[in-house]
Design a protein around this ligand. Structure first.
Ligand code: C2O
Ligand code: CU
Ligand code: CU
Length: 432
């Protein structure tokens, strides 16, 4: 924290090497190290600044995924940082406690920069969340779980997988930068912050003993109450906070088991797009003696519904077959939508293709009002900034861009399957 109370972070994007297998060196990129980046954390109401240096030999950006902030600070493709240059965005944290993340967003190169290892978590806290007594000791009972898939050569060197329609699907996982990881815990109750930082793969997280997954938060913050689920589905870019209760000495494995239905894939494409893939994600090993779990209140958050009568503008976004949105491919020089500041917007997102996509909106957390006309399931009823869209399905989203009007600098919306984004499945909106 500097003299005027700003919380200052430093990130240096650089190339390095990582040994995913002992003695086998892979070229990777990281912030401040050779893979991934430090977890940043801030409190609602704080002002933050991030001093970014680009030590790579190509331009990149750093985007704050899920963050409400001025467009100029957003780190999208308009805020490129040249090699050896630096950039110091600053903004006020003005949103509720949530698990956000950061990653590069250079136009046409996002998939590669993220796959190389540039990503990190950005955790926000607030007073309300602290008052609930949820597990909050970072790395002890409050643990980031950054899940990415990758390819590996027979010798154990990381390599980019071949692309299918979704993008590159790797046949192994890297979790927090590690293959085959385990986590030792000494508390009865553990909070895992799951982030799907893969470029293309959608996961369905389950427990090895089939216990329900206890979901407490989606992208933008806590749900009203926890939900017990058979699985938590996360497409690229989405996050979920889950609670795990363990007994002394217990071993349980977080897994991902998709089925063609969960993956939104049916017919001949189902098996070639990861629709039946299963992975062990993280083995949790409980100590012989555990610190007792605090009671978790039933009511976690209050989420007021938007009043549909106040909708000032309805827009449609049709996701099409050749990576276009509303028939157009991304053009950095074109602003596709102009939003009036602090009015209620209804965005109807229709996936009219036969394969899944994800849909992400910068700057804002939205609510899903309906999916094909029906109310969303409880796990999708909270705050979201990225959603998995099933083929031939229509999603009605409600959102309000409260402030930061700027006619000259747009924000983005796009498919978060990063190869699709790079192919132009992205558009721009300005808030005025
Ligand atoms: Cu996570 Cu526009 O990105
Ligand atoms: Cu984003
Ligand atoms: Cu897509």
């Amino acid at each position: 924290v500097d003299a005027d109370g700003t919380r200052v972070f430093a990130l240096d994007a650089r190339a390095g090497t990582t040994q995913f297998a002992p003695g086998v060196v892979s070229d990777t990129w990281g912030f401040n190290g050779s893979l991934l980046g430090p977890t940043l954390a801030a409190e609602r109401g704080e002002r933050v600044r991030v001093d970014i240096t680009n030590s790579l030999d190509e331009p990149t950006t750093v985007h704050w995924h899920g963050m409400h902030l001025p467009a100029e600070m957003d780190g999208g493709p308009h805020q490129m940082v040249a090699p050896d240059a630096s950039w110091s965005p600053e903004w006020d944290i003005d949103q509720q406690a949530a698990t956000l993340w950061y990653h590069p967003h250079p136009h046409g190169e996002t998939e590669q920069h993220v796959a190389n290892g540039l990503a990190g978590m950005f955790i926000l806290h607030d007073e309300h969340e602290r008052s609930l007594g949820l597990p909050s000791e970072y790395g002890v009972d409050d643990v980031p779980v950054i899940v990415q898939d990758s390819g590996f050569s027979a010798a154990g060197e990381r390599e980019d997988p071949q692309r299918g329609y979704a993008g590159g699907l790797g046949d192994e996982l890297i979790v927090n930068g590690t293959r085959a990881p385990y986590l030792e815990v000494s508390d009865e109750l553990v909070r895992l912050r799951l982030l799907n930082a893969s470029t293309a793969r959608t996961f369905a997280f389950t427990w090895s003993d089939a216990r329900p997954v206890e979901l407490i938060a989606s992208d933008g913050g806590l749900l009203e109450a926890s939900v017990a689920l058979d699985h938590v589905r996360l497409s690229p870019g989405e996050r979920a906070e889950v609670l795990l209760r363990v007994a002394p000495g217990e071993r349980v494995v977080l897994q991902s088991k998709t089925t063609p239905e969960v993956a939104g894939l049916v017919g001949p494409v189902a098996d070639t797009n990861g629709g039946s893939d299963a992975f062990d994600v993280l083995e949790v090993r409980a100590a012989g003696t555990l610190d007792p779990a605090p009671a978790v209140p039933t009511r976690l958050n209050v989420i007021d519904d938007f009043d549909l009568e106040q909708v000032a503008m309805t827009r449609r976004f049709e996701l099409g077959d050749s990576f276009e949105i509303n028939g157009a491919s991304m053009d950095l020089g074109r602003i596709d939508e102009t939003v009036t500041v602090d009015t209620l917007e209804r965005w109807i997102v229709e996936n009219s293709t036969s394969l899944p996509h994800s849909f992400h909106v910068h700057d804002v957390q939205f609510r899903i009002a309906s999916i094909d006309g029906a109310a969303p399931p409880p796990e999708l009823a909270g705050w979201k900034d990225t959603i998995f869209t099933e083929p031939e399905t229509e999603y009605e989203l409600l959102m309000r861009f409260e402030d930061y009007a700027d006619a000259d600098t747009p924000y983005m919306y796009h498919c978060h399957l990063l190869w699709h984004e790079d192919q132009g499945m992205m558009g721009q909106f300005a808030v005025v």
